[in-house]
Design a protein around this ligand. Structure first.
Ligand SMILES: [Zn+2]
Length: 289
C-alpha cells in the first residue's frame, strides 16, 4: 500500500532500523524490488533520480505513475521518492504525480546557494505535506548539476560533511532528512570504503534529524548496522541490484547463449536477480545486529 515517507521514517526511528530506498530504472527492477519487500514483509521506499532521465533511460512522466501504481498494489507499505532533484520545477512534477517525498541536491553549489535553494524546496514540500531531503558535503561518485552535467568526484576527506555546517544547514532550511558524506560514494567502490562513523555520530548530534546514506552498495554488512546505530534511517541502494541483474544476463549467455534469445526471458532473469539482492539488503537494514 502507498504510504508517506514520513510514516516509514518515523517507524524506522522508533525501531532503530534503516529503510531501504531503491532506485528504479526499469520495470524488471521495479517488480523485483516490490517482490523482495513483500518476501521480507518490510516497508520500503522506491525512488527515481533526475539523472535516470537526463541519461536517457526513461522519463519521470513515464515511470512515475507506474511506480505509484506498484506502490498502491503492494502488500507492504511503499513510499515513492524523487532522488537528486536539481530543479524546483522537476520536484513539483514528481509531487504532482503523487510522490511522497523529494530530495533537493544542491551539494554541488556554493553553500549559501545550496541553503537558499533548499529553503525553496522545503517550502514546496510543505505545500504538498511531504518530507524533504537535502544534502551537504560532496558525495564521491557523480552528481548532476542543473546544466544537466555529471560532475565526477573522488572520496576525499575535505569533501566530507562538516557537522557544524550540517547543524546550521538543518536549522536554516528546515529539511526533514539530510544526506551526508562520510566516506560513502556512488557507484562501485575501487577499494572497500572506510566510513567515518565518529563523524557521522557528530553530524547526528548536531542535526537531530534522520540521516540518509547514498552509495550504499558495497558497504560491508557490519557497517550497515553501525551506520544505522549512528542515525542513518534512509539507505539508498542501486548499484549492486543493477549489477546483480546484468550479471544474471551475462551468466545466462555464458551458460547457454541459444536458450535466452527472447527479451522477456532476460527480463524475468533480471527481475529474479534484483529480488534476491534486494531481499538481502532489506533483511540487513531491518535487523541491524
Ligand atoms: Zn545519491
Amino acid at each position: 500500500m502507498l504510504v508517506s515517507t514520513r510514516e516509514l521514517i518515523d517507524n524506522a526511528v522508533k525501531r532503530n532500523i534503516g529503510v531501504g530506498a531503491f532506485n528504479v530504472t526499469t520495470l524488471s527492477m521495479l517488480q523485483g524490488i516490490i517482490e523482495a519487500a513483500e518476501d521480507v514483509g518490510e516497508g520500503i521506499i522506491i525512488e527515481f533520480a533526475t539523472s535516470h532521465e537526463t541519461r536517457g533511460i526513461i522519463t519521470l512522466e513515464e515511470i512515475g505513475p507506474v511506480m505509484m501504481q506498484y506502490a498502491r498494489r503492494a502488500k507492504v507499505p511503499v513510499a515513492v521518492h524523487l532522488d537528486h532533484g536539481v530543479e524546483l520545477d522537476y520536484l513539483k512534477k514528481a509531487l504532482d504525480i503523487g510522490f511522497t517525498s523529494i530530495m533537493y541536491d544542491g551539494s554541488w553549489l556554493p553553500y549559501e546557494e545550496n541553503v537558499a535553494n533548499t529553503i525553496k524546496a522545503v517550502e514546496l514540500g510543505r505545500q504538498y505535506g511531504v518530507m524533504v531531503e537535502g544534502e551537504i558535503g560532496k558525495m564521491a561518485g557523480g552528481t548532476l548539476t542543473n546544466e544537466k552535467k555529471m560532475e565526477i568526484r573522488d572520496v576525499r576527506r575535505e569533501n566530507f560533511t562538516n557537522p557544524d555546517q550540517a547543524g546550521d544547514f538543518v536549522r536554516r532550511t528546515g529539511v526533514d532528512m539530510l544526506a551526508c558524506s562520510f566516506g560513502n560514494a556512488h557507484g562501485i567502490y575501487k577499494e572497500p570504503p572506510v566510513l567515518d562513523i565518529e563523524l557521522l555520530q557528530e553530524i547526528q548530534e548536531k542535526t537531530q534529524i534522520p540521516l540518509v546514506m547514498h552509495g550504499s552498495s558495497g558497504i560491508n554488512e557490519e557497517d550497515y548496522a553501525r551506520v544505522i546505530r549512528s542515525g542513518i534511517r534512509k539507505i539508498n541502494y542501486y548499484t549492486y541490484a543493477s549489477l546483480a541483474a546484468s550479471n544474471a544476463v551475462r551468466n545466462a549467455f555464458a551458460s547457454d547463449p541459444d536458450k535466452f534469445w527472447k527479451v522477456h526471458e532476460l527480463a524475468v532473469l533480471m527481475r529474479e536477480a534484483v529480488r534476491e539482492k534486494v531481499k538481502r539488503a532489506i533483511t540487513l537494514f531491518s535487523n541491524p545486529q
